[in-house]
Design a protein around this ligand. Sequence first.
Ligand code: SF4
Ligand code: SF4
Length: 131
Amino acid sequence: MARIRQPLPVVESTEQVECRRCGVVCQKVVHPSRCLEQSCPFLYAYEAFGRTYVGCTQEIFAADIDLDILRRSTRRRNGFGGVRAVREPLAVCPVEVERAYENREDPMGCVNPEFHELPGDRRSIRVISER
Ligand code: SF4
Ligand code: SF4
């Protein structure tokens, strides 16, 4: 009997970019306007329909953004804002954690504080031996 080979759908873990371990919902977001300001080498651009779109080759965020709109919105007070991260951000990424439903926070506080450690915050550990 012939067998049909199909790739199995892979469910990617969202644990690195989203936490729902308590009533609050925490999500990592990146700021594409700052990717542009810091001339990140992982930005790509292409032209389509007479417009230029930019995105991230590392797929930290999944959206392709209209460059003109991105540039114009960065001149406004609230800027372009954050875009949901879909992969663990790199140390170079302008990332922060946004919290929703903060009123649902457990009286004991956050049960997953490591989630708030951002890649750029991580320092190496120095071990000192005293003899
Ligand atoms: S790698 Fe990070 S800093 Fe660079 S474009 Fe992607 S999200 Fe922005
Ligand atoms: S407050 Fe802490 S435990 Fe609750 S969702 Fe956010 S990171 Fe997770």
